[in-house]
Write a protein that binds this ligand. Sequence first.
Ligand SMILES: Nc1ncnc2c1ncn2[C@@H]1O[C@H](COP(=O)(O)OP(=O)(O)OP(=O)(O)O)[C@@H](O)[C@H]1O
Length: 277
Amino acid sequence: MFAKLKHGLTGSFFHADNADRPINLEDTRGVGIRIEALNKYFDGHHVLKDINLEIKSGETFSIIGPSGTGKSVLLKHIVKLESPDSGEIYIDDIPIFNEARGQEQRDYRYSMVFQSSALFNSLTVGENVGLWLREKRVCKEQRIREIIREKLEMVGLVGKEQLRTSELSGGMKKRVAIARSLAMNPDLILYDEPTAELDPVTTDELANTILKLKESTKNTTVIVTHDLNFALYISDRIAMMHGGTIVEVGTPREIKKSENPIVRGFIYTTTKGIRGD
Ligand SMILES: Nc1ncnc2c1ncn2[C@@H]1O[C@H](COP(=O)(O)OP(=O)(O)OP(=O)(O)O)[C@@H](O)[C@H]1O
């Protein structure tokens, strides 16, 4: 059986059957995701329509599309916050919804960065980042402090450990949320609208932070965004969603050159430029 342990609001850990098994933070790897014929209805409204998609291990993969097309709902299925009416998701070829008895199961850690950052305001930056490690007693306190420092350094927040999260700007909060997700060295990291509410300069900084992180981690990254330029800049591949279906999948270059009228329309509306140019 897959069991799920919640880590605050940002992360979870699937494991085979033993919640007390020691966690080895050094064994990070990417995971492959295969989504097959996934369908989801809300009150008779067909939100995900026969979704088929493959995300390779170690990829930075973005799901783009206009508001209300089912991007977030799809992301939530990957971490089992929603379950489908039909279809399946395989992580490293193992079904996550209909677990086959006796099938070999591999542990993996995943972590989701929510649009709202979902930090605990009563805690300091350092306490937010170390939350999961302390909750799970993954390692000794001294090592936890080192990990907190390391992760804050990775997102450019050295020396901010003692600040209260209520004292931070939106961009800083997002980076703390990322550092908190990184604390568990996840095999899979998911971002739901990471650039929402960020100004263009902060968005650019965040894009560079995510790109830099990819140089030092092997994990698989899945991003849901309606920010086309952000997706084109940071992704290995992109899927475009429209009306609950995937209408195109390709590299940023392929997406930019796509002849699909829905993709062209999305690119046009998001890069219209200045009237009169
Ligand atoms: N728990 C829920 N109950 C009922 N309807 C839902 C639920 N979650 C999502 N929906 C509906 O599913 C559709 C897709 O929502 P989703 O949040 O995935 O869109 P999205 O593409 O991520 O857009 P946005 O960026 O605006 O969130 C919407 O019509 C939404 O109202």
